[in-house]
Design a protein around this ligand. Structure first.
Ligand code: SAM
Length: 276
């Protein structure tokens, strides 16, 4: 509980949706509609942004009309993308009340409120029924979770038999001095990275069959370096994820990239199935 309180305090700031909608008006014009495409430059709050969400769609392969669970839904960028582009219904669960409030506002602004339900709650005690979902995904959330076994057991419980879970996880690399702050934590007190091997074992122990397991670190390294160099040269620009956490995010993103470049953190995309 103490960890969750500190995690939510790390992420939450007042007025997130208002800041984002005001910045969009300045850049795109007051009369330009708020769309998932317009928001996509700033509402996918994880490494490589919308590009990584598109990869997750390819991995999860949702069918129109399905019910999808987003575990750690943030301000709702991925949920809106899945709902708008795949014709699915999304339930997003997130720990941070201010993120849930922003997600609800932005769902309304994009006309997606009837396709997306946002619940403020914990991934460790998901406020959803057993076997409620066809598919689930979680993007860059697990690094805030100490009890990863419970996280995967809850995802497993929420899925129908035969349902699949797509994950975009940050994992632990080699030992070394990790730079803080990073986008998910000020210090090591709320940062918990498992190695890729530990991640596999935790999924299997929760009952999943792993069908895809890709370490994407090397393939995305050039993009990581380019993005870090752009941030160091130009700062955050007008539209970006700094509108969520504030300009302190720039230092955090640079530290996170440096950790990956030094081999201390790795990115993994995986698909796991709940047996029928
Ligand atoms: C880096 S953000 C990613 C948000 C979203 N998945 C995205 O990619 O845009 C991590 C998110 O995990 C959420 N989170 C962390 N611990 C959680 C927990 N125990 N239960 C639910 N959400 C949690 C945070 O509130 C935050 O929204």
């Amino acid at each position: 509980m103490a960890i969750e309180t500190d995690v939510a305090r790390h992420y939450g700031t007042a007025g997130i949706a208002e800041r984002i909608l005001a910045a969009l008006k300045v850049v795109n014009g007051a009369d330009t509609p708020v769309t998932v495409d317009a928001l996509s430059v700033l509402d996918h709050f994880h490494g490589r942004g919308i590009v990584a969400t598109k990869e997750l769609v390819e991995l999860l392969k949702p069918e129109p009309g399905e019910h999808i669970l987003d575990i750690g839904s943030g301000i709702g960028g991925p949920a809106r993308w899945f709902a708008a582009k795949c014709g699915v219904y999304v339930t997003g669960v997130d720990l941070t009340p201010e993120f849930c409030a922003a997600a609800v506002e932005l769902n309304k602004a994009t006309g997606l409120a009837d396709r997306i339900t946002i619940k403020n709650g914990s991934a460790l005690a998901l406020p959803v029924g057993d076997g409620e979902f066809d598919r689930a995904y979680s993007q860059n959330v697990i690094m805030n979770i100490e009890d990863k076994g419970q996280f995967y057991r809850e995802a497993f419980r929420a899925l129908k038999p035969g349902g699949v879970l797509a994950l975009s996880n940050l994992c632990r690399g080699k030992d070394g001095k990790f730079r803080y702050p990073v986008p998910w934590a000020e210090t090591a007190a709320t940062s918990f990275l498992a190695t890729p091997d530990e991640m596999r074992a935790q999924l299997v122990n929760a009952g999943f069959e792993i069908t895809v397991f890709n370490d994407t670190t090397a393939g995305t390294m050039q993009a990581t370096i380019r993005n870090r160099e752009r941030l160091e040269r130009e700062g955050p620009g007008t539209l970006g994820t700094h509108l969520i956490l504030g300009e302190r995010l720039v230092e955090m993103q640079i530290n996170s990239a440096r950790n990956q470049e030094a081999g201390l953190a790795r990115t993994v995309e995986a698909l796991a199935r709940k047996p029928r």
